[in-house]
Design a protein around this ligand. Structure first.
Ligand code: NAD
Length: 260
């Protein structure tokens, strides 16, 4: 379905981004993957996409807090592929603490990575998509783009921000055959979620098991985690021709969390 298309996916060395990269590669899409991690593991992931799916895959080490490095990621993309068709803004981090104790550097990092980087990537990608006359931009937002939880001020602010950015961008490019949508998952079992369990347990004075059952899954009506594959399948649908008139939307995939 996506043969010979080119996708840039930020934060795709792990979790949801890696799952989206795999789903796109399976459909023949060439990739630029990005994110941090062990160099040998990243190279093994990159080469496995090429060998398993017969696509081309480049790795960009761009740090999403650094506009110059984001620009270099698009220079690399254009030099290798001549343009871009799909952009998935997915890189994200989390930090859990009450506002009174929230470190300023964590606030700045979350806003930069989870929100501002998507402005920079779109700034580069939109003119390239306009040249090709087709584009799909998908922002990995969160249920926290729609509702709040205590102790996640920066994350909730960034995700509400990305919801607004998604709608604005969608209106700006609506007549250019480019769609812009956000996916809003509830909790997905990935390293990002695993890492916040001990902090949440400490902050709330409860066990890690209580964090899973009484905090993470408390709001999900289905009492289930969303899977990486389910999020990737939704991203694939948004890339399909069937989704060409879906734009500016916030797609919930949260087990009924935000229906309440
Ligand atoms: P993850 O920790 O598995 O992956 C995050 C990715 O972002 C990694 O590849 C990491 O290297 C990369 N990254 C972090 N800082 C970066 C930086 N400065 N520059 C470039 N890359 C950077 O997390 P995940 O759960 O897969 O999260 C992916 C996205 O999904 C995030 O935006 C997150 O907010 C969102 N999300 C996750 C959940 C969940 O429950 N896991 C729910 C809703 C939304």
């Amino acid at each position: 379905m996506l043969k010979d298309k080119v996708a840039v996916i930020t934060g795709s060395t792990s979790g949801i981004g890696e799952g989206c990269a795999r789903a796109l590669a399976k459909e023949g899409c060439n990739l630029v993957i990005n994110g941090f991690g062990d160099a040998a593991e990243i190279e093994s992931l990159r080469s496995s996409f090429e060998s398993e799916y017969g696509v081309k895959c480049l790795y960009s080490p761009a740090d999403m807090t650094k506009p110059d490095e984001i620009s270099a990621m698009f220079d690399l993309t254009v030099a290798e592929y001549g343009g871009v068709d799909i952009l998935i803004n997915n890189a994200g981090i989390q930090y859990v603490a009450p506002i009174a104790e929230f470190p300023l550097e964590k606030w700045d990092a979350i806003i930069a990575i989870n929100l501002t980087s998507a402005f920079h990537t779109m700034h580069h990608a939109i003119p390239l998509m306009m040249k090709r006359g087709w584009g799909r931009i998908i922002n990995t937002a969160s249920a926290h783009a729609l509702v709040a939880s205590p102790n996640k001020s920066a994350y909730v602010a960034a995700k509400h921000g990305i919801a607004g950015l998604t709608k604005t961008a969608a209106l700006e490019v609506a007549k250019d055959n480019i769609t812009v949508n956000a996916i809003c998952p509830g909790y997905v079992w990935t390293p990002l979620v695993e890492k916040q369990i001990p902090d949440t347990a400490k902050t709330r004075g409860i066990t890690e098991e209580q964090v899973i059952n009484d905090v993470l899954l408390a709001a999900a009506a289905t009492k289930k985690f969303t899977t990486i594959e389910q999020v990737a399948a939704l991203a694939m649908f948004l890339c399909s021709d069937a989704a060409e008139n879906i734009t500016g939307s916030l797609q919930s995939i949260d087990g009924g969390w935000t229906a309440q």
